[in-house]
Design a protein around this ligand. Structure first.
Ligand code: 13P
Length: 251
């Protein structure tokens, strides 16, 4: 039985004061609910304050990115040890916005994954096809390339903390969520490919999340899908009531 995971990716939203307010509300709404692993990913500037606000709760903290070097002269970048120091236990890697706007490639994602695993941060690895790739019938090919290259050279015995998030680019922030049938199909493809790469024991234990225009209204369609183990939520995670509703749907 795989434990469900719900992650709120706040992207570039919320000041420190707004972040503390949001997690304080979430703590209240989710008190006593422990079946689902619940993770929030505020912007870097709010991580430490949110970590303090989350003390004595079961909510976990993620960063939205990390640099691939352990330390060094990389102006403007943040290292894994800094994230651990700020209270993070997870890190989102390879989000399509980072691939699109910040030139991240499967190779960069691979380097960041290795570092995150080495340093003890659980990676949430994002993959997904663009609209034109889906239209061209290339979804399976794109997903398998992202997985093969992103996880190249990694050893199965180090991959236990890995979470994969399927986020079709055309569904992100568009209100055009993937139908549950389509999400299930992609998740099954991902699980099968990872079974081919790392064996069925690993693949059967891996958590695969769906992301892309998930909200409190459409979440019931996803919760019972056999290969879906949670969701990665953008816009709807900025409101405590809608995010809490999404989390409790999995309990
Ligand atoms: P939305 O839920 O706003 O579509 O964003 C999804 C996402 O990108 C989460 O990482």
């Amino acid at each position: 039985m795989r434990e469900s995971v719900v992650v709120g990716n706040w992207k570039m939203h919320k000041t420190i004061a707004e972040s503390i307010r949001l997690v304080t509300e979430l703590k209240g709404l989710l008190s006593g609910k422990r079946d689902t692993v619940t993770v929030v990913a505020p912007p870097f500037t709010a991580l430490n304050s949110v970590s303090i606000a989350l003390q004595n709760s079961h909510l976990k903290l993620a960063a939205q990115n990390v640099h691939q070097a352990a330390q060094g002269a990389y102006t403007g970048e943040i290292s894994a040890s800094m994230l651990l120091d700020a209270g993070c236990s997870y890190v989102i890697l390879g989000h399509s916005e980072r691939r699109l706007y910040f030139a991240e490639t499967n190779d960069t994602v691979n380097k960041k994954l290795r570092l995150a695993l080495d340093e003890g941060l659980a990676p949430i690895m994002c993959i997904g096809e663009r609209q034109e790739e889906r239209d061209a019938g290339r979804t399976e090919e794109v997903l398998t390339i992202q997985l093969t290259e992103g996880l190249k050279g990694l050893r199965v015995q180090n991959l236990a903390p890995l979470i994969v998030a399927y986020e079709p680019v055309w569904a992100i922030g568009t209100g055009k969520n993937a139908t549950p049938e389509l999400a299930q199909e992609a998740h099954a493809t991902i699980r099968k490919h990872l079974g081919d790469m790392f064996g069925s024991v690993f693949a059967n234990g891996l958590r695969i999340l769906y992301g892309g225009s998930v909200n409190a209204e459409n979440i019931p369609g996803y919760v019972d899908l056999p290969d879906l183990d949670g969701v990665l939520v953008g816009g709807a995670s900025l409101n405590s009531e809608s995010f809490a509703k999404i989390v409790t749907s999995f309990d």
